[in-house]
Design a protein around this ligand. Structure first.
Ligand code: PLP
Length: 360
């Protein structure tokens, strides 16, 4: 569909101050567990987005027959507002999240939210949550914008009504330290020509059972291979992938089945500016495992908004074979992470124009 909507009015509901009055940040944040008790909500009906509301976080009332409940008719985003050592909170490349949400919506025939509307909603939430943005390095306000089809109709097809919501969760990095990754050789997350390059809730549901099997075997996550040959590395369930091979940075090319991560794109640009050779190509898992064995590949890492840059300490197979990395927290991984986080948290000059301060 992909029509451009008029900018909806923003209404601030009277219940918002009482919702925030008793809220305090807990000492243990974790990731995505704590919600600031406010939300932005905008409903789509009669072909237009209606007024947007910034109000108290409340349960939703939707029909049990809503399309989102029947067919997972939902798209979402994840981005962070940082306030470490900064007076005003800042977002990191939020327009890219807006554009990706629009692509995701278009892919499943949902009305998209314009970049201006997305920014209005996200900025309104950040401003009202200002006092609850944690300020230690590694902490931030994780924002979760999403759109879902709410029409009560069991027939398969687009919805006549939608709801766009933005939630806010003071959070830490999702995975502290390094992680162990299980190579998923049996199942696939996406199909060729499918929806792997957009952000649908249903893509993530497809990975839940694999993640559980990985956890049961002592791994933090699974890594997905391409659905055709089952040989080429794609990505993790919520993170893109990089390997440092002979001092060069290699990452799977964007061939349509993996998510074009904003962190991935930022790392490619940063690494290039730092003088590293960056190669975007198909990476054969078995070749990479051999290179890990020979010491040609000593560092690999995953990246994403939630993960930032998380080093991988070990790959493993279901049969118990393990492939430990020689330098899981190696120099190049640390250098890239430092450069990225310094821009996100406002310590370094933002030569790329990525920071987006939220003023007022
Ligand atoms: C499947 C998948 N790959 C990669 C990423 C990393 O994307 P980004 O860096 O934009 O957060 C995410 C997170 O959104 C993801 O869900």
């Amino acid at each position: 569909m992909g029509e451009i909507d008029e900018m909806p009015n923003l209404v601030v509901d009277a219940n918002i101050q009482s919702a925030l009055a008793d809220f305090e940040l807990p000492t243990e944040l974790g990731f995505g567990r704590v919600l600031v008790p406010v939300m932005y909500r905008c409903d789509y009906a009669d072909g237009v987005w209606q007024s947007g509301h910034l109000g108290a976080l409340e349960p939703l009332s939707i029909s049990p027959a809503a399309k989102v409940l029947q067919y997972g008719h939902q798209v979402f985003e994840g981005l962070k507002a940082y306030k470490t050592g900064l007076n005003a909170p800042q977002l990191f490349r939020p327009e890219m999240n807006a554009q990706r949400l629009a692509s995701s919506a278009e892919r499943i025939d949902m009305p998209c939210v314009s970049t201006a509307h997305f920014m209005q909603a996200v900025e309104a939430v950040v401003k009202v949550c200002d006092a609850f943005i944690p300020t230690e390095s590694g902490q931030s306000l994780y924002l979760r914008p999403y759109i879902m089809g709410t029409e009560a109709d069991l027939g398969l097809g687009r919805s006549d009504t939608y709801t766009f919501i933005v939630l806010a969760s003071p959070s830490e990095i999702i995975q502290k330290g390094t992680m162990k990754v299980l190579i998923e050789r049996e199942r696939s997350r996406v199909a060729i020509g499918g929806t792997g390059d957009v952000k649908l809730g249903s893509n993530y549901t497809a990975g839940i059972a694999s993640a559980r099997r990985a956890n049961e075997q002592g791994f933090n996550q699974s890594i997905w291979l391409d659905p055709e040959s089952r040989k080429m590395i794609e990505e993790l369930s919520g993170m893109n992938f990089f390997a440092v091979i002979d001092g060069e940075l290699h990452t799977p090319a964007l061939l349509g089945s993996i998510l074009p991560g904003i962190t991935r794109d930022s790392i490619v640009q940063l690494a290039f500016a730092m003088g590293y050779k960056v190669v975007e190509r198909s990476i054969n898992i078995d070749t990479l495992l051999a290179q890990i064995g020979s010491g040609q590949c000593r560092e690999v890492f995953a990246c994403g908004t939630a993960a930032v840059i998380t080093p991988i300490s070990e790959f493993g197979e279901y049969d118990g074979t393990r492939y430990p990395l020689a330098e899981p927290e190696g120099i190049i991984t640390a250098e890239l992470k430092g450069a990225l986080v310094d821009i996100q948290e406002g310590r370094a000059a933002d030569n790329f124009g990525w920071a987006h301060p939220v003023i007022g």
